[in-house]
Design a protein around this ligand. Structure first.
Ligand code: PLP
Length: 393
């Protein structure tokens, strides 16, 4: 029955487990462990954990399980494993499935910490990583080999918002037997069709739109029962990056309102991008939902809408960008995204500071570039705030 529910219903009711008190709102099971009726029961549970049984919160917890079931139902995967942060999810998905001698192909335009795992950590353990321009299918084709075990990419890149064709990359990867792992944060679970398009594993930082209110760190890995329980769970339950039950409760309540929030934010992002397009103070406005975006057709096919983040390049480089940021009255200067509060980020000096200058150029992270995560404030107020800050330059 629940498989036939539409997304909004799944987000409110999916995965709910009620205690003997039949509470309406999801209970927080703030417990690390569980009591067994008998020694025999403890022995049996350590041998095999049943559907609704728990041993220790590092392995699983009822509140965390509710979150995992709800998000898996939404994404359309068989199972999910919740983690302490988005990076714990990316790390665990890769480390649990790879071994020395394996080969991975990844898109170069990645969140800084994802790049660190791929470039620095995996190499230390003998995994070879080839980085490609994710929008160039020829480069994917050329990099894939018979020993390629996985491909990894962000379906919409940060902060330049290039859209990677999930279906085309998945077809190429599957042809050599590689697993397709997609970090889908910028697409959001609301607009995701990643599994339909061929992704085998979908990863979210729940810190972003799932919480959506800037309160907690979290992450989730979604995939087949075999991958989640057979590959990911043994790694995570013994290495410890479990999501806390309290965080799982925050994320569950976040999911209830996520569809409404993300759709409102995306509508606002489009209106803001349209309002800023052609502004004399800007070199360019980048938003995948704009007709003018080079990959607008792919965006519509893959996500339906352009998401909740836009970028723009301010004329006058870093000095002008800083003046602009310092003049904002509503949007805050920070580095999260998907929050109820609009957030402006200067990637070149913050999130992507670590990158060598030539790599910044290659990725389009110019000195004037601002990443703008659209919140839930009134759209007209946001446009007015951005305009007045641009006027201050
Ligand atoms: C934020 C983010 C992460 C990391 O998530 P945390 O919850 O901060 O650990 C990974 N990938 C992308 C694309 C992100 O935006």
């Amino acid at each position: 029955m629940s498989e036939n529910w539409n997304k909004r219903t799944k987000l409110v009711h999916g995965g709910t487990r009620r205690s003997q008190y039949n509470e309406v709102s999801e209970a927080i099971f703030l417990t690390q462990g569980f009591v067994y009726d008998t020694a025999e029961q403890a022995e049996a549970r350590f041998l095999k954990v049943g559907e609704d049984e728990f041993i220790y919160a590092r392995y699983g917890n009822p509140t965390v399980a509710m979150f995992e079931d709800r998000i898996a139902m939404l994404e359309g995967t068989e199972d999910a494993f919740a983690t302490a942060s988005g990076m714990a999810a990316v790390n665990a998905a890769l480390m649990s499935m790879l071994k020395a001698g394996d080969h991975v192909v990844a898109a170069r335009a990645l969140f800084g910490s994802c790049l660190y795992i791929l470039e620095d950590i995996l190499g230390r353990f003998g995994v070879e990583v080839t980085l490609v321009d994710g929008t160039d299918l020829g480069q994917w084709q050329a990099a894939l080999r018979s020993d390629t075990k996985a491909v990894f990419f962000e379906s919409v890149s940060n902060p330049t918002l290039e859209v990677i064709d999930i279906k085309a990359v998945a077809d190429l990867a599957h042809a050599v037997g590689a697993l397709v792992l997609v970090d889908n944060v910028f697409a959001t679970p609301v607009f995701s069709r990643a599994v339909d398009l061929g992704a085998d594993v979908v990863i979210y930082s729940a810190t972003k739109h799932i919480d959506g209110q800037g309160r907690a760190l979290g992450g989730v890995i979604l995939g087949t029962k075999e991958f989640i329980r057979g590959t990911v769970e043994p790694y995570l339950k013994h290495t410890g990056a479990a999501m806390s039950p309290f965080t799982a409760w925050i994320m569950l309540k976040g999911l209830e309102t996520m569809d409404l929030r993300v759709r409102a934010q995306a509508a606002s992002a489009l209106a803001i991008a349209e309002a800023l397009q052609g502004h004399a103070g800007l070199e360019r406005v980048v938003y995948p939902g704009l007709q003018a975006h080079e990959q607008h057709a792919l965006t519509v096919a893959q996500m339906g809408e352009g998401g909740t983040v836009l970028s723009f390049d301010i004329r006058g480089g870093q000095e002008a960008a800083f003046k602009f940021l310092n003049a904002l009255k509503i949007a805050v200067i920070s580095n999260n995204l998907g929050d109820a509060k609009s957030i402006a980020t200067h990637p070149a000096t913050t999130t992507h500071q670590r990158l060598p200058a030539e790599q910044k150029v290659e990725l389009g992270i110019t000195p004037g570039l601002i990443r703008f995560s659209v919140g839930l404030e009134d759209t007209d107020d946001l446009v007015a705030d951005l305009r007045q800050a641009l006027d201050q330059i």
